[in-house]
Design a protein around this ligand. Sequence first.
Ligand SMILES: Nc1ncnc2c1ncn2[C@@H]1O[C@H](COP(=O)(O)OP(=O)(O)OP(=O)(O)O)[C@@H](O)[C@H]1O
Ligand SMILES: Cc1ncc(CO)c(N)n1
Length: 269
Amino acid sequence: MIPKALTIAGSDSGGGAGIQADLKTFQELNVFGMSAITALTAQNTRGVQGVFPASNECVRQQLDSIAEDLKPQAIKTGMLYRSSIIQTVAEKIKTYGWSNVVVDPVMIAKGGASLLQKEAIETLKTNLIPLSTVITPNIPEAEVLTGMKIKSNADRKQAAEMLLVLGCRSVVIKGGHHEDNLEAIDLFFDGNDFVWLRGQRIQTRNTHGTGCTFSAAITAELAKGENVLNAIRTAKSFIQAAIEHELNIGSGHGPTNHWAFQTYRMGRP
Ligand SMILES: Nc1ncnc2c1ncn2[C@@H]1O[C@H](COP(=O)(O)OP(=O)(O)OP(=O)(O)O)[C@@H](O)[C@H]1O
Ligand SMILES: Cc1ncc(CO)c(N)n1
């Protein structure tokens, strides 16, 4: 069976994040990609110039069209923008019985533009996170979701425990925003084991879309039937290669290199 994955997220006209990063990542990992677009953004490596959210009906119909004909083995959510879109997505996940749900709780773009309205945070916590197999917050997002400050490793473990209480089956709190300049270390927790996933920190400004790419890689591996921890390990290796082999596109925060994993790492995750 051909593995198929669905991304429910915003479009990044600059091609480095959102739907575009997700579909490129699915393709590179040999997974057929599908998309339901929640918002169009006018965006480039310098920042977000415009946000044009889709109607609830538009999101609903895209999800129905996909579900009636194609069966995704895994899905991810990215930018969802407002509460009613989150509700629509949560209802459809339940209606269609979709499993292997990766929730990337996207809130703010690197340049500071808001990709999620403040009042939608509660809906994310109560309606969507309980349906997820894994959530992938960065440190600032984990702070918003838990209401605690995260500085030390012990703080991060405590935040992971609090996030599990929201009803997700597991969590990875990503370390891209940590002040460590030698390593980028992510923390996985599934209620039993804490696993630290380490990678060398690359000194670069080309990190636009790292979070989208990472969660898309997890989704692709879940679609192939991998378990969550193995999927996350491959995703870590995928994003490491994509940051390391930089493209230097654009004059701001450039995109990562989505073909680097295939070209330089395949078979060596
Ligand atoms: N400079 C870096 N070098 C190596 N790995 C990094 C670097 N920055 C981030 N990562 C890794 O990339 C992945 C994404 O983490 P990050 O915390 O940057 O996500 P994010 O803030 O959600 O990204 P974005 O919002 O830009 O899409 C994690 O696995 C993290 O460890
Ligand atoms: C559409 C979109 N989704 C997610 C992010 C976060 O990287 C972004 N910048 N743009």
